[in-house]
Design a protein around this ligand. Sequence first.
Ligand code: F0G
Length: 358
Amino acid sequence: AHVWQGVLREFADRLDVTDASTVVSLGEGGTPLVHARELSRITGADVWVKFEGMNPTGSFKDRGMTVALSRAVEHGAKAVICASTGNTSASAAAYAAHAGITAAVLVPEGKIAMGKLSQAVAHGGTLIQIRGNFDDCLEIARELADNYPVHLVNSVNPDRIDGQKTAAYEVVSQLGDAPDFHFIPVGNAGNYTAYSRGYREESARGASTRVPRMFGFQAAGSAPLVRGEVVKNPDTIATAIRIGNPASWDLALEARDATDGWFGAIDDDRILAAQKLLASTAGVFVEPASAISVAGLLDRAEAGVVPAGAKVVLTVTGHGLKDPQWALRNPDGTDAEPIVVDATTSEVASVLELAPQA
Ligand code: F0G
C-alpha cells in the first residue's frame, strides 16, 4: 500500500522539491473526496466534498504551511509570524514546533474559536490577542515582517498559495477530471486563488479536460467581494471568514473572470442549517465557515445555475471539532437539551421507542 508522504514529497516535481530540499511536514494533504448522496438528490447534481478538516491540524492551511515553513527554514528563518482568525495560527504553531523554530500569532480578541486557540497554545506559539479585527492583525504582521527578523506566513506569502494548489491536483486525480463547478468559502481569497491556479495548471498539462467555474462564498455580514468595497466592521458567527479587506482581492477577481466564476453572500442562519445538513446526511462535520460551500451550492441550485448531472466539488475547509458549540444549538438559538435517564435498559428502550422483540 502507498503511504502518503505529505504534499511536498507527493508533488515534488510540481513544487520544485529535490533531495537537497528542507521538508517540514506533518503528512498533510491526501484528504478524502466524499460523495454526498443527499446533496446530490436535493440539487440534481453529482456532489462531492473535499474534506480538508482531515489535515493534521484540522484545516486546509497545512497544505500551504508545509511549503511556507520548509522554505522559511531553508532561508534560515528562526521565527515566523502570522495574523489569523484561528486556523492559520494553529497550523503555523504546529509546523514551527515541528521545525524547531518559534511562531508568533496575532488574533482578534474574543473572535476565534476555542479549539483553534488551544492548538496555538498547545504547540507553544506566542499568541497575542489584538484589540481589533483580523484586518488590523494582518496590517501589524506585515509591518513587523517588513521591519524585524520575522518571516510572514500568511497567504500573502506565495509559498502558501503554492502548497494549497495541491488540493486541486488531488481532486482531478480523485475524480479522473476536473468538476464543472467548484464551491469554496472565501475570507482572504487565498484558497480561492490557489484552487483556480491548480485547476488551470492541471488543464494546461492535459490532466483534465476543463477548468471548473469557481464559486466563492462570503458571510453576508462580511462580504467585501460581493459588495465591491471594504467592510469596516465585518460580522458573522463564521469567525474563520470574518474578514473585511481580503488580502488576495485582485488575484481573486482575476481568478473569477478567468473561470467564469462568481462570488455570493450567505447569511448565518443558512450557514448553520447547511452545517447540520452536511453532518447529518454525509457524515462530514465541518466548522461553520466551511459549511458556506454547502449553503452556496443550495443557493445556486435553487437559482437554477447548476444543471442536472453537473459534477460539483465543495471544499469544506476546517473540521467541526474546531468550533463545536454551534452543533449543540437548536435553530431557534436555544441549547440542545441532553436526554438523561436512570441506568436501566427499560428506560433507554422507552426513550428509543423500542418495543420488545416477540
Ligand atoms: N475556511 C476556513 C475554515 C478558514 O480558516 C479560512 C481562512 C477560510 C475558509 C478562508 O480562506 O482566507 O484563503 O479565503 N482562515 C484564515 C485564518 C484567515 O487565519 O485561519 P481564505
